[in-house]
Design a protein around this ligand. Structure first.
Ligand SMILES: [Zn+2]
Length: 384
């Protein structure tokens, strides 16, 4: 299997640095570090806690809702969501505080966990209409295997579907706004240029989301272009999205985004429950619980960037003031890169691969700038 040059593919810096405020490293794609050694996500966090006029932003939200509210009890906003804490928080606020009539679109996980299924049901029972879009399982398996091998992330087909399905339903119901939770490009580290963007206009999200997302090599997995097209939007749909001015908005622009608060809110109002046990690879129990395969998405991030699930979680918790940096460092050392063994067999069966092939793929995506092979084991060269 061919070795990937991760540093080149993702334009990563050669010298590894860790942020002085949180625990993230400069190996996260697109993150920026300033002269003081602080990452762009931490700078954004300071900005949102001190410089944003949240009262003004809320007025903008009210205006947006007023402009889009339909008074005939038809759906007027799409919220993509799985029954998780964040989308429940967004949908519930839109409905009960801003008088909207949201339709929640769920792109099905690869394999539901019990808690994920339960949370979806609780969310519906708490007063929401929901469409569960479940892709053809035989294609989804091929797509997942292809994405694992060719893109180094088995979760990509899910991500594609999660972005295309809500827009398809926006077209179907003639809804102008699709409300996502947070803008990951600012909350988790991208460019501060995006710090004040409420939405993505059609032209911004089409170019990197729906065009050329699949490597040519997917054709080697017996996936036809017809099958692929279900995971993206076709030309006709894209043209309609543009002419009807359908936009993707970020709730985190209008209301300060605090995941722990979302959790309390969702528990109280939508019956959201946490995992009874700690999620593998991290210390949390409340994030990303629905899919038995998502541990492999985070594990691949650890292999490619040296950034596991615990690093990402600890970085948010530090920025939100829930833990200190020292506590965060401890949690990273303890849990980062823990192998997702609980659902390993299910992952292998799902992709129809064996264990040795799995490790061949893992090693092809291992960032050789970050990993050393010593004493018969791969070890990270740089640790926080
Ligand atoms: Zn930071």
């Amino acid at each position: 299997m061919k070795n990937r040059n991760i540093k080149e593919i993702y334009s990563l810096p050669s010298e590894v640095k860790f942020c002085k405020k949180c625990v993230i490293s400069n190996q996260r794609p697109r993150i920026k570090f300033d002269n003081e050694g602080i990452c762009s996500a931490c700078r954004f966090s300071e900005y949102k806690n001190s410089s944003i006029d949240w009262i003004k932003r809320e007025k903008e939200l009210k205006k947006l809702c007023d402009e889009n509210r339909k008074d005939n009890s038809q759906y007027d906003v799409i919220v993509p969501g799985s029954g998780g804490k964040d989308s429940n928080y967004v949908a519930h606020l839109l409905k009960h505080q801003y008088g909207m009539n949201p339709l929640i679109i769920t792109w099905s996980p690869h394999i539901y966990t019990d808690i994920g299924r339960k949370n979806l049901t609780s969310m519906i029972d708490s007063g929401f209409d929901n469409v569960l879009v479940t892709p053809d399982g035989s294609i989804h398996r091929k797509m997942t295997k292809a994405a694992f091998v060719e893109m180094g992330d088995p979760f990509q087909p899910f991500i594609f579907g999660q972005y295309s399905a809500p827009f398809r339903y926006a077209l179907f119901y003639d809804i102008k706004i699709v409300f996502y939770g947070e803008d990951g490009e600012v909350e988790y580290g991208g460019s501060m240029d995006f710090a004040d963007r409420p939405s993505l206009k059609f032209n911004d999200f089409t170019k990197h989301r729906f065009s050329g997302v699949y490597p040519k090599s997917f054709e080697n997995y017996n996936i036809s272009s017809n099958e692929l097209s279900k995971y993206g939007l076709n030309e006709d749909e894209l043209a309609k999205l543009k002419s009807r001015k359908i936009e993707q908005h970020f709730f985190s622009y209008y209301k300060k985004w605090i995941p722990q608060e979302n959790f309390y809110y969702a528990s109280e109002n939508t019956g959201f429950e946490v995992n009874p046990e700690r999620t593998e690879g991290t210390f949390t129990k409340y994030a990303s619980l629905d899919d038995k395969l998502d541990g492999f998405h985070y594990y691949l991030s650890y292999i490619k960037f040296g950034i596991g699930r615990s690093t990402s979680d600890a970085a948010h918790e530090i920025r939100d003031g829930n833990i200190t940096r020292e506590e965060g460092v401890e949690l990273v050392r303890k849990f980062d890169g823990e192998f997702p063994k609980k659902y390993f067999k299910e992952f292998l069966d799902y992709c129809d691969i064996d264990e040795s092939f799995f490790y061949e793929v893992i090693d092809s995506w291992r960032n050789k700038n970050l990993w050393d092979f010593k004493d018969n084991n791969w070890k990270l060269k740089y640790k926080i």
